[in-house]
Design a protein around this ligand. Sequence first.
Ligand SMILES: Nc1nc2c(c(=O)[nH]1)N[C@H]1C(S)=C(S)[C@@H](COP(=O)(O)O)O[C@H]1N2
Ligand SMILES: [Mo]
Length: 270
Amino acid sequence: MTDEPVVPPEEIVIAGEDELKKAIAEHDANVDREVRRLSRRGFVVAGIATVAAYGAWKWLRLASREGEVPWPLRRGLEANEKIAGGYFSTRRLSREFPASAITNARINGGVGLQANYDPDDWRLTVEGIAGQPPATLSLADIKSFPRRDMTTELRCIEGWSIIVHWTGVRLADLMAKFPPPARTPYVAMESPGRGYYVGLDMLSCLHPQTLLAYELNGAPLTWQHGAPLRLAMPVKYGYKQIKRIATIRYTNVRPPDFWGDRGYDWYGGH
Ligand SMILES: Nc1nc2c(c(=O)[nH]1)N[C@H]1C(S)=C(S)[C@@H](COP(=O)(O)O)O[C@H]1N2
Ligand SMILES: [Mo]
């Protein structure tokens, strides 16, 4: 394979990005306040970062349907949550790699996936669109948006990383056609039946390297990689990159997150 020059994607200019940042910070602060309210009710905690993270987790747990899960302390990730929220910029790009850097794909995490499904039956529902009922899209509808390619790192929090060539459409392009109400801070994504689910901040969703991907390393996604459509989001760890997305929902309430509910940092940036 000959190496193409690595061209950075063109910038996305978000009208009112600072305002949106403020809205996300305000909503995050509400989560932290709720956390502190709960922590006053007798949680034993060490340090403000732990208070916030534990509370946020507790708060998210209340909204989750999962059973009791022990709380693994992950101080590094708790610090990460604060940093990721405060300093994120859609202009800070993840590194892109030449084709020669692509590594073998790995499969990790099959929650919410099944082998025997018919991609023709698949639809994506977008909920919470400003002033409009939910939109239902087929894969052909998704492919009508401009095709984007990128070769980026997929980093799993378990300690491995691979270089992947992704093809898909920018989430920001889809969101321009189906816009959220102004200053909406969060986006929830779910696999069919909510088997797997992630919560994302709006700025990360508008990042130019956040793709709804339908191909991996030049071939249509296999079911293990999340066919027909999954998130490719190099600014976040793998656990945020939900496979087989069925629902995208804009929301003012910080959405629960499958691995967030199990103790990982809600932002999951790196
Ligand atoms: N639906 C679903 N999406 C998921 C997961 C999962 O279990 N179910 N695992 C996540 C994790 S932890 C990682 S590291 C990546 C791995 O993507 P890959 O299997 O395509 O390498 O998928 C993410 N998306
Ligand atoms: Mo992962």
